[in-house]
Design a protein around this ligand. Structure first.
Ligand code: FES
Length: 292
């Protein structure tokens, strides 16, 4: 089986479909487009797709209706929202339906590819094809399983308690490995897709191990146009890791984020809770000196 699921991009704006196609095809994905929910359902009745990226606001058949249809008719298809400014209610509804993640429009290639990678992982995991052994080894020590069970037990049946449980799990383990998410889903009787989508939606949760200092580079639009990609490249080269990685001494982890809420200070980098503004791409490594 290919490790690159085929993707259907659904949007009533052709420019969005074309942009996504350009980026995803460039990364080796097979991509098709549909101009709205109705066309998407017609396509999915004929063919199966590993992933569906969908806008929410569309005439006739909107995104939520499409998501409901996919959840019922194609439960193994991963869903990512591709949208401008969703309301809290719409996002809540989409999360409860088990979306994997969302891509804010307009998107940068880096953000789209990052979300796609996470979504692909979800799909492969769902198909039982992800490298389970690799994830389940000592990343989640059995001693912690008992601790986690106590937390689950405490919160079980309390409404709205998934986020506090995830927070406690991340405090204990340092991050949220897939086996821990599975245990939480099972213990709290919540669908695994919903636990996964809540985890990926909130940026304070991480499904990757972090170093002693977490370096986050903003690749949101305002930072992107101020050469944030070059900042990221300098840090990747300086630390010797790719985005998402941890240095071998586990001192630094490197992540990208979509907006740190400080667009006027672009390009912005955060190290732990410290914010650094107006970073010169060539001197980006200087930011890390006090932490070395
Ligand atoms: S886009 Fe970087 S802080 Fe908003």
């Amino acid at each position: 089986m290919s490790d690159k699921p085929n993707i259907l991009v659904v949007d009533d704006e052709s420019i969005v479909i074309r942009s996504a196609e350009l980026v995803l095809k460039g990364a080796g994905y097979e991509v098709e487009g549909a101009n709205g929910g109705r066309e998407a359902i017609a396509k999915m009745e004929q063919k199966s797709y590993g992933l569906v990226f969908t806008d929410l606001k569309m005439p006739e058949v909107d995104g939520i209706t499409l998501i409901r249809w996919v959840r019922n008719a194609r439960p193994d298809t991963g869903i990512v929202i591709l949208t401008g400014y969703p309301s809290q209610d719409t996002i809540k509804e989409a999360l409860s339906l088990g979306i994997i993640d969302y891509v804010p429009k307009p998107f940068t290639p880096a953000v789209l590819l990052d979300v796609t990678q996470r979504a692909v992982h979800w799909v492969l995991e769902r198909r039982g094809a992800a490298g389970k052994g690799e994830e389940e080894k000592e990343d989640f020590p059995p001693s912690m399983a008992a601790e986690l069970d106590k937390v689950i037990e405490f919160y079980r049946d309390k409404p709205g308690s998934l986020i506090p449980v995830l927070q406690r799990a991340q405090e204990m383990i340092g991050w949220l490995p897939v086996p821990a998410l599975r245990r939480i889903a099972q213990g709290m009787n919540i669908p695994p897709a919903e636990v996964h989508s809540v985890t990926t939606f909130y940026s304070f949760f991480t499904m990757k191990p972090r170093g002693d200092h977490n370096v986050r580079v903003c690749l949101g639009t305002a930072c992107y146009v101020k050469r944030a990609e070059e900042v990221m490249k300098t840090l990747e080269e300086g630390l010797g890791v790719e985005v998402g990685g941890v240095t071998p001494d586990r001192k630094f982890s490197l992540e990208e984020v979509r907006c740190l809420g400080a667009c006027g200070l672009a390009p912005v980098v955060m190290v732990d809770s410290d914010t650094f503004a107006g970073i010169d791409p060539k001197a980006a490594m200087d930011v890390l000196k006090p932490y070395g």
